[in-house]
Design a protein around this ligand. Structure first.
Ligand code: PLP
Length: 452
């Protein structure tokens, strides 16, 4: 190959960099898209091509890509105290402040915040706490964890086991034993003809109860759910779903964990997805929007019942055997505090509620297109699911990669979206305005006509 190409950023990326969640052989052929700069809701590649990022990175850059205040907050904290551990009684002020602010904002009363660097680490911590909590209260056999098919909860061994997507299991011998998956609450594909949403929700709750009884309630420790499933294809639960499911979980003393890694901090139009969809968790994970992705930080909030049991256990065992070097990073905490301040100042939830109709309404207007089977979403998260036959809801053969082709065509028009299986998903930065939504919707409309 030509020396200049080999030594270009593209060539060097292929030579030196293995990409996560990527087909390595395909990457060797197509190479990377190398982004050099961010500007508001846009990112710009090394050739100067500008893209409206309709995914806010990976559902995370809520304040876009050039917020000066977040950069200043990081810089000021780096100059003052770039690192401090939180093991064994050490702390730093930004971390203390952030814990207090998060607890004040929690959707249900929470007792303590613990910090990590990623969503996967927060989920792993929650899984371990389910085990630890039940061991603490004398029920160590209550350790099976229930997730849902299609749900994504992360990439570490436990979080990937909890995840209900085959591509996260294949080749690894996952899920680990003790991770179970119930049906995805998909009103488009799972709800029977003529069934009400409420009846569908009750049916799903009955299936959950049947699983718990079959496995033995004394073995079931926790249930994890995103308020709206993100990576699974933006699955908005049917009316009454979490009320019905939580009735079952409480009956069998199963801990409820809300994974708010995507939904937290305004993405659904409520501060927490749990508030909007009636989840009342014992623990809550959050990340992504917590720092608007300007610094890797995540948090796990735990309620007092869990905390008190765990606290006694740590005393008996001589300490809590869990924690990360970068859990409670003062720079991450300073950036997160500034992020949360900005969300309050711009009334992020009010803005999302006011602007969501431009996205949701615009996409729903595409519902008559022959390729479009279902349009769904809430707030600033949405999905368009493509079908070969609208009436029969027949999916396209995966090898046709229709969603990927639409995504490629949309990219040609300067908008970045993400193809996930049969769906195209949308998660624009929370600062996006009506004109950005119109640009996204128009790019999709034109691309659909081009593909069809
Ligand atoms: N939980 C949910 C709902 C997610 O969407 C993700 C990532 O997309 C994770 C957990 C894992 O977060 P991370 O990639 O920061 O480890």
């Amino acid at each position: 190959m030509d020396q200049a190409i080999l030594n270009s950023p593209h060539g060097r990326d292929v030579r030196f960099h293995a990409h996560p969640q990527t087909n390595f052989r395909l990457h060797e052929q197509v190479g990377p898209m190398v982004i050099g700069q961010g500007d508001g809701v846009c990112i710009v590649d090394l050739d100067g091509r500008r893209y409206l990022d309709g995914m806010a990175g990976l559902w995370c850059a809520s304040l876009g890509f050039s917020d000066r205040r977040l950069a200043d907050a990081a810089y000021a904290q780096m100059l003052k105290l770039p690192y401090q551990q939180t093991f064994a009684h050490r702390s730093s002020e930004p971390v203390i402040d952030l814990a207090e602010v998060l607890l004040a904002k929690a959707p249900v009363p929470m007792s303590k915040a613990m910090f990590q660097a990623s969503g996967s680490e927060a989920v792993d911590t929650a899984i371990k706490l389910v085990w630890y909590y039940h061991a603490a209260i004398g029920k160590p056999q209550k350790r099976k964890i229930i997730g849902r098919q299609r749900a994504y909860h992360g990439t570490t061994i436990a979080a990937a086991s909890l995840t209900g997507l085959p591509n996260m299991h294949n080749g690894y011998g996952l899920p680990l034993p003790g991770f179970l998956h119930v049906a995805c609450p998909d009103t488009y594909r799972g709800k029977a003809e003529g069934e009400t949403e409420q009846a569908y929700a009750e049916r799903l709750a009955a299936e959950l109860e049947a699983l718990i009884l079959a496995e033995g309630p004394e073995t079931i420790g926790g249930f994890f759910a995103e308020p709206v499933m993100g990576t699974g294809g933006v699955v908005v639960p049917p009316e009454g779903y979490f009320a019905a499911v939580q009735r079952v979980l409480r009956k069998y003393d199963v801990l409820v964990i809300a994974d708010e890694v995507i939904c937290g901090f305004g993405r659904t139009g409520a501060y927490w997805g749990s508030q909007r969809f009636g989840l009342e968790p014992d623990m809550l994970t959050c990340a992504k929007g917590l720092s608007s992705a300007y610094f890797p930080i995540s948090a796990l909030l735990i309620n007092d019942r869990v905390y008190q049991a765990v606290a006694d256990f740590t005393a008996r065992l001589g300490g809590f055997g869990h924690g990360y070097t970068y859990g409670g990073h003062p720079v991450g905490a300073a950036v997160a505090l500034e992020t949360l301040r900005i969300y309050d100042e711009i009334d992020v939830c009010g803005h999302v509620q006011a602007t969501a109709p431009a996205l949701q309404g615009g996409l729903r207007a595409l519902g008559n297109h022959p390729l479009v089977g279902h349009v769904r979403g809430v707030g600033f998260m949405a999905a368009v699911e493509f079908v070969a036959d609208k009436a029969a809801r027949t999916p396209f053969a995966p090898e046709l990669a229709v969603a990927q082709r639409v995504s490629d065509a949309v990219k040609e028009r300067g908008v970045l979206l993400r193809a996930l299986g049969p769906t195209l998903v949308f998660s624009p930065p929370l600062i996006a305005r009506n004109e950005h939504m119109s640009e996204i919707v128009s790019a999709v409309a034109e691309s659909l006509d081009q593909i069809h």
